[in-house]
Write a protein that binds this ligand. Sequence first.
Ligand code: ZN
Length: 393
Amino acid sequence: MQKGYWEDGNKLQFDGIVTAAAKTEQGLVVRFEKTFFYPESGGQLADGGTVGGTSILDAQQDDAGPYVLLPPGSSADVGQHLLCIVDAERRGRHTQLHSAQHILSRLLDDRDIRTLSFHMTEKEASIEVEATAVSGSVLTEIEDAVEQAIWRCLPVETLFVDRADIAAYDVRKVPELAGGPLRLVRIGDLDTNPCGGTHVASTGEIGAFAIIRSDKVRGNTRLYFVAGRTATAYYRQNDAVLREIEQQLTCGLGDILASIARLQQRDHDAARQVKGLLAMAADELAHQALDEIALHGVAVMVLDGVPTELARMVTAKLTSASGPLCILVYPGGGTDGQFVCSVPIGSEALLATFSARMKETFGAKSGGAGRVIQGKVDTRMTLDQLKPLLVTE
Ligand SMILES: [Zn+2]
């Protein structure tokens, strides 16, 4: 049998006898008399590893069977023996996720939730199940049940049976592929299902399992899970984030939520205070502007490090002004800011002149409606530069 991984899923080093080697754009396609490199299929990712010391780029299969892809420029001769080593860590990760999926799908199946598809990444795996939703309590129950199946260290065996005899086995799903005996994977007294993937020898090897989130997909539900090495990596990563949050908030894990609630309250209070201060400042600035307009016919102001909203609040108050007002605001205190300009009711035509002058002199575009316009500035302007733009000819 060409598919050595079907005979012995634990063999990770073998003497590969080359039966074909073909150059392609992607690299050298090499086939062996018997291979233990698992090709990407059935939701399980491709193995990694080395062939004659060269790392393989991929392991796939086509009508002619499984093959590995070596980097362009590689060479291999038919009949040549090459030392092949399967990346054990990578295979282990895939095998743990895949075996956990069998258990998970069986336990869901027992609750009339059918598995429709299986997908794997290097970090997690997921199944799409035929259900519009799966409740949190059911997920917790299932998660506990998967863990128990792991703790029972159930043996995982591979059987080859005739398609005609399949009724004797309580399989979840019979594939529609034609011909040949079926490869069944039996997990103790828990589950038997046709599968071409690689699996742990005992469920205990899966070690850890967790359902980490669920998504709605095409009216069904996708359940994401981690198992074994991916579970450890997932929790390590999350733990590092939690440690960082603890440091930032200078509190322990148990106090994080209370600490966030305090910060939110502080933020809420600060926002309310800023609102009050802005209202007071707008009143004061509006008075100043009216005084200046009364004296000089026009008022200009530069405000540093305050919200643009303040300028809008001031112009909104100037309904009884007799001349134009322009406020330059630099919220961040830098050179990027906004200008807000208002004119007395009835003098709206002046805004078009001012807008054109701002564009001509500073390249500043503006827009607005009624007696107020607003625009962006990316330079520091002085009052002396600004004033002439507001004076009518
Ligand atoms: Zn499987």
